[in-house]
Design a protein around this ligand. Structure first.
Ligand SMILES: Nc1ncnc2c1ncn2[C@@H]1O[C@H](COP(=O)(O)OP(=O)(O)OP(=O)(O)O)[C@@H](O)[C@H]1O
Ligand SMILES: [Mg+2]
Length: 256
């Protein structure tokens, strides 16, 4: 067991010779809610893409609970324990709410059955289906979405779609959950509800959260520590208060 759930060492990537992200060193402790902030184009989403196998780092590496994950596929990284949501919501719009969560469960061993069992609709197939549906309903209940389970996800209001995306990511049973601007576009009531949701993720599921967010009030209320990026490099790290009062951070935000 490592002291840190996530540790990155000199993490970076260049696209066609241009460094988008460079020398990012994060140390995220278990049970923390950790913020990654910075002006538009700072490289925040790119860091998530590196941590989830969308891109392979061209510099440095990263570890989940001491295990190096650099170079693994997106699926393997997810199975290893990192799940994410996206800056623009990605749900299966033509599927019901409960089906969307069941998709997340497919990555787990206890819900696997052979292709033959599925094609021939053998009893094992139905029992796996049933157990998955029950598990998905449990998750939906925790997130206050149980009543909506048979609605198409595209018919949910925005705040609930965001929560559903989080529930689906949690269904993969991650150790670390990455949330890319979860509060974007939310009204104050939805943002408050999101804050409680993130606390549930930490307290009830024991999942560590790394989140990107522009809403600094939200960040201040919820994050233990933050890292501030600007032009792909880290300009400040520490408690929210420390980092936000750093002159370079003040300048980056006023300049943007
Ligand atoms: N596949 C890619 N090819 C080339 N450049 C890329 C690629 N992905 C990201 N970049 C560049 O990396 C930089 C950082 O982008 P990124 O999306 O990570 O920023 P961000 O901090 O998430 O911004 P925002 O707050 O607007 O979401 C940008 O200049 C972007 O153009
Ligand atoms: Mg982004």
């Amino acid at each position: 067991m490592s002291e840190y759930v996530l540790e990155t060492k000199g993490l970076g990537i260049s696209f066609g010779g241009l460094k988008a992200v460079s020398d990012v060193n994060l140390k995220v402790k278990k049970g923390e809610i950790y913020g990654l902030i910075g002006p538009n184009g700072a490289g925040k989403t790119t860091v998530f893409n590196l941590l989830t196998g969308v891109y392979t780092p061209t510099e440095g590496t990263f570890f989940l609970d001491g295990k190096e994950l650099k170079g693994l596929s997106q699926e393997k990284i997810n199975r290893s324990g990192i799940a994410r949501t996206f800056q623009n919501i990605r749900l299966f719009n033509n599927m019901t709410v409960v089906r969307n969560v069941m998709v997340g469960l497919h990555n787990r061993k206890e819900y696997s059955c052979s292709v033959m069992q599925s094609i021939f609709r053998m009893p094992a197939h139905f029992s796996v289906e049933r157990r998955m549906r029950e598990k998905a309903k449990e998750l939906l209940d925790i997130f206050g979405l149980l009543e909506e389970r048979n609605n198409l996800s595209c018919n949910l209001p925005y705040g609930k779609q965001r929560k559903l995306e989080i529930a689906r990511a949690l269904a993969t049973e991650p150790q670390l959950l990455l949330l890319d601007e979860p509060a974007a576009g939310m009204n104050p009531i939805e943002t408050e509800d999101l804050r409680r949701t993130v606390e549930i993720i930490r307290d009830r599921f024991g999942v560590t959260v790394l989140l990107i967010e522009h809403d600094l009030k939200f960040v201040t209320e919820i994050c233990n520590e933050i890292t501030v990026l600007n032009f792909g490099t880290v300009i400040a790290q520490g408690t929210v208060k420390e980092a936000l009062s750093d002159p370079q951070v003040v300048k980056a935000y006023i300049g943007s």
